[in-house]
Structure formats: structure tokens, C-alpha cells
Design a protein around this ligand. Structure first.
Ligand code: GRF
Length: 193
């Protein structure tokens, strides 16, 4: 069975993308990362992807006059590459219902909270302010509702007494890096069945 052709969308440093690419190089991993696209031309992740031998390019959202035009260009590049699944990994653009409907069920995102808690930004700060005892990360399907699609996998950590947004973020990142490849593997395994 050929590996499922997967694109990763990024906006920044790309550590989740690197983890997905490295996992996908295993012979028995069911997905292959063929393409990395950043909406920011200066994203550090672009050169990391190229160093790993993956085609990487920027589609700068500021070159377009509205979201729909940006997403039309993004959609065209993804289809040209014969993309089957898309992973949003630190991709900081909200996708419109138009784009989501074209890829629904094939579009995954990683979010740094225990969804449905703390959709949107500043998740570590919000978990601390709420006095939560647990925090975590979630890989979920993308739907038209921001951070609202079905959960694929979740990982929990305890919040410690002296945690700050920074300590929480740095304790969570290694868990994100293992969670996303596991979730993609689950989705890719069932993709052709
Ligand atoms: C991750 O914490 C992800 O959960 C969040 O943005 C961060 C992206 O980091 N949405 P990176 O670009 O994968 O290093």
C-alpha cells in the first residue's frame, strides 16, 4: 500500500513539522510528508524542511487581498501535489468554511490545550488563570468551528505549583512532538480502507 501523501502547514519554527517528517521516514509509517507550506516567508521551519529533503515553499497571505484568495492559491498547490491529508502544525491562520469543506475529514491540527477547553490563543496562560490541575495537547480534525472538531488523540500533563506559561509550554512541546505523529498514523492507516 503506498504511503498517504501528506502536506504540513506551518507559520513558524516548525518543530511539530520536523517530528512528523522524521516519523514518516520509517519504512512502516503509513504517511509520507511530501510538502511543507508556510504562510510566512521567513518561517524558520521552511529551511528545516528543505534540510530534511522535503519540498517547502511559502504562500505569503499578505500577497492576497482576502482569505478566500489566499486559500484558493493554497488549495491549488495542495491539489497539484496530489495531497491526501493535511496537518496544520503551528499554522496560525484561521481557515474559512470554504477551505475546510474542501478538505474536511482530511485536515488535522494540533492545539496546545485539552480541548474542548481553551480554544484559540494563550492556552497556557488561561489554564493557569483558571487554576486547573491538568493541561495538555490535542490533535483533532479541523472543522468550520475554530478548534472544534473531533479529537483524535490527547495527552495530559499535571500543572505544577510554580508553573508559568513558559514552563508549561516547554514541558508540553515534547509531548506534542510524539502525539502528532501517532495521530497522523492512526488517520493515515484508515485513509484507504
Ligand atoms: C505548538 O505548540 C502548537 O501546538 C501551537 O503552536 C506551536 C507550534 O510550534 N499551535 P512549532 O512551529 O511546531 O515548533
Amino acid at each position: 500500500m503506498p504511503k498517504v501523501r501528506t502536506a504540513v502547514l506551518i507559520s513558524g519554527r516548525g518543530s511539530n513539522m520536523v517530528s512528523l517528517v522524521e516519523a514518516s521516514k520509517a519504512k512502516d509509517y503509513p504517511a509520507d510528508i511530501n510538502l511543507v507550506i508556510s504562510n510566512k516567508p521567513n518561517a524558520a521551519g521552511l529551511s528545516k524542511a528543505k534540510d530534511l529533503g522535503v519540498m517547502a515553499l511559502a504562500i505569503d497571505h499578505t500577497d492576497f487581498s482576502n482569505r478566500r484568495e489566499f486559500e484558493t492559491a493554497l488549495d491549488a498547490v495542495l491539489r497539484e501535489a496530489k495531497t491526501e491529508l493535511i496537518c496544520c502544525a503551528g499554522f496560525m491562520r484561521v481557515l474559512t468554511p470554504w477551505f475546510v469543506s474542501r478538505w474536511e475529514g482530511r485536515l488535522l491540527n494540533i492545539h496546545p490545550s485539552l480541548l474542548p477547553k481553551y480554544k484559540g490563543l494563550n492556552t497556557h496562560q488561561r489554564a493557569l488563570e483558571a487554576g486547573d490541575s491538568e493541561h495538555g495537547c490535542t490533535v483533532h480534525y479541523v472543522t468550520a468551528e475554530l478548534d472544534g472538531g473531533d479529537t483524535i488523540l490527547q495527552h495530559k500533563i499535571d500543572i505544577l505549583e510554580n508553573d508559568t506559561p513558559e514552563t508549561l509550554s516547554s514541558r508540553l512541546l515534547p509531548l506534542e512532538l510524539t502525539l502528532f505523529p501517532k495521530a497522523l498514523s492512526i488517520v493515515a492507516k484508515t485513509y484507504r480502507t
